[in-house]
Design a protein around this ligand. Structure first.
Ligand code: CA
Length: 162
């Protein structure tokens, strides 16, 4: 579980680092999203990223939309990872530099090491094939991240003044 937690806390930390820069502290506006992509996931940077990530069309990317995006690219990269292992008989190397890249690589490698797979995941084996696949795993990670985020933003604020 430790590796999953590490990845989720890193993603939360990164999201809030960029969302707090201007305007609504709990969402990424267009500028914050661009800065996040350039600094954390340069491979995914594109001019129209806001259009792709802003699923509800309110002009901001909230944590749900952010984690949906992370889930999508992590699942895609995991497909490539498995494909390389199966077809080229080698384990691909990831040049993870940023916290976000490291979190994604951690998640991709989690299922390799059975010790990292939380007990609770067995109950999520939705298609009952004695084992969880990566999509089920990422659904768990996304739900876990959103639950932590919810707790995080609803913590009592320190008293102001004095
Ligand atoms: Ca939105």
């Amino acid at each position: 579980m430790a590796a999953v937690e590490f990845a989720v806390y890193n993603l939360l930390g990164v999201f809030h680092k960029y969302s707090a820069k201007e305007g609504d502290a709990l969402t990424l506006n267009k500028t914050e999203l661009s800065t996040f992509l350039l600094q954390e996931l340069p491979c995914c940077y594109r001019d129209d990223a806001m259009v792709l990530l802003d699923l509800d069309g309110d002009g901001e990317v909230d944590f749900l939309e952010f984690i949906e995006f992370i889930t999508e690219i992590t699942t895609e990269l995991q497909d490539m990872y498995i494909h390389t292992i199966l077809n080229y008989k080698r384990i691909p190397k990831f040049g993870a530099q940023t916290l976000t890249e490291k979190a994604i690589v951690t998640l991709i490698k989690c299922l390799e090491d059975k010790n990292n797979v939380p007990e609770v995941l067995r109950s999520l084996d939705s298609n009952r094939k004695a084992g969880i696949d990566f999509k089920e795993f990422m659904a768990f990670v996304a739900n876990f991240a959103v639950a932590v985020e919810f707790t995080f933003v609803n913590l009592p604020k320190p008293e102001e003044g004095d």
